[in-house]
Write a protein of this length. Structure first.
Lengths: 328, 327, 309
């Protein structure tokens, strides 16, 4: 495996949140002791439901907000303090794409101007070179210079996301964080953008952190997948293997909940209870109140992420290397 | 058997721009029909127009019959009896689908008072029973709560309870789980299917998610640009789609198991409803389009039992099917 | 809840203090009351005596502390013109003002709210356009222009109504009409947009889809929601009951609080001006508080937060 580009060690982040106008402030642990390693040129998929902390993790990895504890290292060096020249140099090498391309673009500027903007800001190349680079970027995302002259409002959702992608690629970044980049798109357009992302990653040997609630899209694009539940990673492993043989009961339920053409819903694991609330995290394993297999220990003791076999790690009292092998 | 709901040549235009361009669809008693398609394909508009729920700027023509009675142009009093009483509808966004200033009890009892012959305490008892039925814990107390005090999944359960209040024959579920997390989506879909069995209700499941529709429906209609382009039993459609758009949709869905393959993306985008091509609306994006595709929009034609497709190439498929059958 | 109330009241008190302070400073920096009241020809020793009598030659911060000390004792000062307590002068004018503003408030609501609702329900119709054109006209035409137009038509041309004074109820008609039309226009526009916003909400469609007749969808689903933003503007209008008729009272020479204010400002009759401003600030702040609590009553999303915490 190639050397890691991004190393996240035990980051935590909590917010103080008031419940209602008169409530007392409570600490919400959005991310709690998350460690990840993304090797150069690979894609790590981060899945989870709302409130799982996957987006917060993405923002911390990108240095958009600091972790309360833990550390993020980029290309072997710790993230520089925000605002310093070293930080800016690091930031030029990492970019982010969000779910809502219209919100990320300025409606009053032609999109080509917006793709060019990072080049102007970082003073990359001569003006003529920048124009050429914009054309090259538009080609890279399979659009034409004619598209570049348009305003965001005159483009379709898929085209806008391509523009955002082109702008993110303008500074030749090594690392891209994509937060639900295709969730707002229709299936046929989603496939276009997913294919494009796969192609660009291969061509430019990009390293990707791909955050999504959509298991199918994550599997399509990722080498490694981490599953988050209430701020913690509950399972991590290689994409194909994880979805084929999920070990953590939550991963099993997620995989089973993903509807598939040609399969009837019989035998599906349907979890009871509401989606997890980060403001009221259960004691012990956060998943135990909804877990069909929970035992007494789950309610009191937080299971640590432990290696099962090969590159698979699971945080569950019921799944240990030995047990899982015996059961299999 | 006569269809419970029969939609014929349903057309809708918003301020002159056609969004529904001739939809034919029949719904039998108790069956589950899926409507799939991308945004703007007209899958929701079909049922909103059938129930007269579109704004006044919409012009609706064609025919929608319920048990033989025409709904389009029916007097408001008659439509109010049908809505909620014969055909109930639930919607996508649970957060805004319930009135924020009224208690759950008020909203549930309103539906009961409209469609059921219940008086006084019986109304409230029935409201509590319905909440119980859809799995809201502590139903008696929760009746007095307001919508914002429930999670998205719970609000969708309450919507389902409200839909059941009128003992409808048909439930139209318009993207009922799109706004919900995966594990909650599974809960709601399971609730829908168990309730459908219990009440012997017909269901129309409108969704952009092929997987959701495939798993929960007997029959599926694929819509594109305001028309149905293919209709078939669910298992056949997903095993062997005929229309190039249906093939494209299924190919665009990343697999969850087996080897990874490059997705077969459909190039281009959906045509602008104001500038619809003369011929087949899908022709500009279709890899198999021929000269003839641009001349006239192909009608829905049967290719096998229970299967209709609107594609001139389907004629070849049909001959192939017949040829195989003859051998 | 107690903390919330304390914060709200604290903020209200602060608002009043700021208004009074601002008025105090501006009034004292913008002209000499002695000169205004006694006239430029008054001999310097008379002016000096006047200034000494009213404490005008003290440093401004001293006057300011003195003023607040007096307020704390419930004394709002005396008019520099005739020496009567300012509060008396103001209170005796209030009935005249309310005689205009209360009926006007009633007509604003009675005209503006139904017009706005009707326009929203028949969006795009001829009546909607007519209501909105009238509303925009009523909204943009300043009240003194409207007052003059009304005088021109009904007093000068037609001779039906008097153009000014306070001798009979007929004298009140034109001022009330002026006040009502402008306010009704504002309310109609506001109600219409609040109603349109609500009518576009998914829960309205939900209500229709369950078979609720349209009339009932409007009355029991749309109106309670549209009332929430409309209450804001109504609260503001209640706040202007005391001093909202300055221009109209002047045009129609109606002896209300508004005219008293104009005269007092012109004369730099400090105590009277400050007394009126204090009163205005208090009504404004009170109506704002009332609006806040009405929100809680109308919108369970706000109320419940308080109840559950």
């Amino acid at each position: 495996m190639s050397p890691p580009l991004v190393e996240v060690s035990a980051i935590s982040r909590s917010y103080s949140m008031r419940s209602g106008m008169f409530g007392r402030a409570t600490a919400v642990h959005a991310v709690d002791g998350v460690s990840l390693t993304i090797p150069k040129g690979e894609t790590l998929g981060l899945v989870g439901e709302s409130g799982s902390g996957k987006s917060t993790t993405g923002r911390i990895v990108l240095g958009l907000e600091p972790p309360d504890r833990g550390e993020v290292r980029f290309d072997g060096k710790p993230m520089a303090a925000p605002g310093t020249p070293a930080w800016r140099a690091q930031r030029a090498r990492m970019q982010m794409i969000f779910q809502d391309p219209l919100g990320a673009l300025d409606r009053r500027l032609p999109v080509a101007t917006q793709i060019r903007e990072p080049l102007d800001i970082h003073g990359i190349g001569t003006p003529a070179m920048r124009d050429e680079r914009v054309r090259e970027l538009l080609r890279a995302v399979e659009l034409t210079p004619a598209h570049g002259a348009r305003y965001p409002g005159a483009l379709s959702g898929g085209q806008r996301q391509r523009i955002v992608l082109a702008r993110a690629l303008a500074t030749n970044p090594d690392f891209l964080v994509c937060d639900e980049p295709v969730s707002a798109l229709d299936v046929s357009i989603q496939a276009q953008v997913v294919n494009l992302l796969c192609d660009l990653q291969a061509q430019l040997s990009l390293t990707l952190l791909f955050i999504s609630h959509d298991l199918r899209v994550v599997r399509q694009i990722s080498n490694i997948v981490a599953v988050m539940y209430l701020g913690r990673i509950v399972e991590i492993g290689s994409a194909d293997d994880l979805f084929a043989r999920p070990e953590h009961p939550y991963t099993q339920a997620l995989v089973s909940a993903s509807p598939a053409p040609g399969r009837r819903s019989a035998g599906r694991i349907v979890l009871a209870g509401d989606p997890p609330n980060p403001a009221a995290r259960p004691q012990g394993c956060a998943f135990h109140p909804r877990c069909p297999r929970a035992i007494a220990r789950c309610a009191s003791e937080v299971p640590a992420l432990s290696t099962l076999s090969g590159d698979r790690q699971v945080a569950c009292h019921l799944v240990t290397g030995a047990q899982a092998r015996d059961a299999a | 058997m006569a269809a419970l709901v029969n939609i014929q040549d349903l057309r809708v235009a918003f301020s002159g721009v056609p969004v529904l361009r001739g939809v034919d669809l029949a719904l039998q008693k108790g069956e589950a029909v899926g409507l799939v398609g991308e945004s703007g394909s007209g899958k929701s508009v079909t049922w909103l127009s059938a129930l007269g729920l579109l704004p006044r700027q919409a012009t609706v023509t064609g025919s929608v019959r319920l048990d033989g009675r025409e709904l389009l142009g029916a007097p408001a009093s008659e439509l109010d009896q049908v809505r909620g009483g014969r055909i109930a509808m639930i919607f996508q966004d649970p957060a805004s689908a319930l009135n924020p200033v009224l208690t759950i009890r008020k909203q549930l009892c309103e539906a009961l008072a409209l469609h059921r012959d219940l008086q006084g305490n019986a109304v409230k008892a029935e409201a509590r029973r319905l909440l119980d039925l859809v799995g809201i814990p502590d139903a008696g107390r929760r009746l007095e709560a307001y919508p914002h005090e429930f999670s998205g999944g719970q609000v969708q359960r309450i919507m389902i309870a409200m839909a059941l209040a009128g003992n409808p024959d048909v439930l139209i579920a318009d993207e009922p789980t799109t706004a919900l997390d995966a594990t909650i989506q599974a809960q709601i879909l399971e609730l829908l299917s168990s309730i459908r069995r219990e009440f012997a209700m017909a269901m129309v499941l409108i969704s952009h998610d092929l997987g959701v529709v495939a798993e929960n429906c007997d029959r599926v209609a694929v819509m594109y640009a305001g028309r149905i382009v293919e209709q078939a039993p669910a298992n056949q459609l997903f095993a062997d789609p005929v229309h190039p758009y249906a093939q494209g949709l299924i190919g665009a869905l990343p697999p969850l198991d087996g080897p990874r393959r490059r997705l077969t993306a459909i190039p281009g985008t959906v045509p602008d409803p104001a500038k619809m091509p003369d011929g087949c609306a899908f022709a500009p994006r279709c890899a198999m389009a021929a000269e003839a595709c641009n001349l006239a929009a192909p009608p829905l034609a049967p290719i096998a039992n229970d299967r209709v497709v609107a594609c001139i190439r389907a004629e070849a498929s049909r001959r192939a099917l017949l040829g195989i059958a003859a051998e | 809840m107690g903390r919330y109330l304390a914060i709200r009241f604290g903020r209200a008190a602060l608002t009043i203090v700021l208004v009074v302070t601002f008025a105090f400073v501006v009034l004292r920096l913008s002209g000499d009351p002695a000169l205004m009241i006694l006239g430029p020809e008054a001999p310097p020793e008379v002016l000096a005596a006047f200034r000494k009598a009213w404490g005008l030659d003290d440093p401004i911060w001293f006057q300011y502390l003195d003023y607040f000390g007096a307020i704390a004792k419930g004394e709002l000062g005396r008019s520099m013109r005739d020496g009567r307590p300012a509060i008396e002068l103001v209170l005796e004018r209030i009935p005249a003002t309310l005689a205009l503003t209360l009926p006007a408030f009633f007509f604003k609501v009675a005209l503006g709210v139904p017009a706005g609702i009707y326009a929203a329900l028949h969006r795009g119709s001829a009546i909607d356009r007519a209501v909105m054109m009238t509303a925009v006209a009523g909204f943009t035409v300043p009240s003194f222009v409207l007052a003059l137009i009304l005088v021109l038509v009904f007093a000068v041309q037609l001779g039906w109504l008097p153009s000014g004074g306070q001798d009979s109820w007929r004298h009140a008609i034109l001022p009330i009409a002026t006040l009502s039309l402008g306010g009704a226009a504002v309310l109609a526009r506001f109600t219409r947009s609040a109603m349109l916003e609500v009518l576009g909400q998914p829960y309205i469609r939900t209500a229709s889809a369950k078979g609720v007749p349209w009339r009932k969808v409007v009355t029991s689903h749309a109106l309670p929601n549209a009332a929430i933003p409309t209450v804001t503007i109504l609260g503001f209008m209640v706040g202007t009951l005391i001093a909202g008729a300055v221009v109209v009272e002047s045009v129609f020479s109606w002896p209300g609080v508004g005219r008293l204010l104009v005269v007092a400002v012109a004369n730099r009759d400090l105590a009277v001006v400050q007394c009126i401003l204090l009163l205005v600030a208090m009504t404004m702040v009170t109506s704002n508080l009332v609006v806040d609590f009405l929100y809680g009553f109308l919108d369970p999303r706000l109320r419940a937060k308080g109840a559950h915490a």
